[in-house]
Design a protein around this ligand. Structure first.
Ligand code: FES
Length: 222
């Protein structure tokens, strides 16, 4: 790790100097451990927020003890990332967690295209490209018919409140397909199959660390 910066919400982002191929794609993660600190046995999941030639900026949260110069051992990329179909005309994005940064690679992917993009969030806004509009989360209720595809970043504990938030009836789906990046603590990150990251889907339980973190929203029980 060679540099830090702070996002609009004063959360730390870290620059990881690594071969470009090591950077996780949108929604995938790396497990980063600190070989100089043997007291930390398991790694920290980190996501790309911005890709550069000489490495990548990792999205918050970053462990507060990491400093420029901290050596990291990286494993991965792990998990299932966003996999968006072609032909999207109107892309809606919603960030309900602690940061919008994990959605940034998706925004960058479409920034130069003709796809219209709108971000719905109550978080402080990052520097956004001119092609992206941004509105408070509550505006999504009125705009649900606008996107033809949605990508979302949602903590697992907020999934059960999603329908209420969007004024959807019980069991109703969004009007368009959606992929959701589910965030939650992952104590073993799949190494010990502890099961602590299990969430209910329409076909039994799924492990967020292995089967996600990105899911088709219609596959989940929410
Ligand atoms: S975090 Fe242990 S199985 Fe997913």
């Amino acid at each position: 790790m060679t540099e830090i910066r702070f996002d609009a919400g004063r959360q730390m982002e870290a620059f990881i100097n690594a071969p470009a191929a090591a950077a996780p794609h949108a929604g995938e993660y790396l497990l980063a451990s600190t070989p100089d600190d043997p007291s930390v046995v398991l790694g920290t999941p980190i996501f790309t927020t911005e890709q550069r030639n000489e490495g990548f900026w990792a999205a918050p949260p970053i462990p507060p003890l990491w400093k420029p110069g901290t050596r990291l051992r990286l494993a991965g990329p792990l998990g299932q990332g966003f996999s968006l179909p072609g032909g999207i005309q109107r892309l809606g994005l919603a960030a309900l967690g602690e940061t919008t940064a994990r959605l940034r690679p998706v925004i960058d992917q479409f920034a130069a295209s003709q796809t219209g993009m709108t971000l719905f969030t109550d978080l402080p806004l990052p520097q956004i490209p001119s092609s992206l509009e941004a509105y408070p989360l509550a505006s999504l209720v009125e705009a649900l018919d606008w996107p033809d595809f949605m990508v979302m970043d949602v903590p697992s504990e907020r999934l059960p409140e999603l329908r209420g938030l969007l004024h959807l009836p019980d069991r109703a789906d969004l009007p368009c397909p959606a992929q959701v990046l589910v965030t939650m603590p992952m104590p073993c990150a799949g190494l010990a199959r502890c099961g602590a990251c299990a969430i209910p889907s329409r076909r039994g339980w799924k492990l967020v660390c292995e089967d996600g973190r990105v899911f088709d929203l219609r596959q989940l029980k929410w």
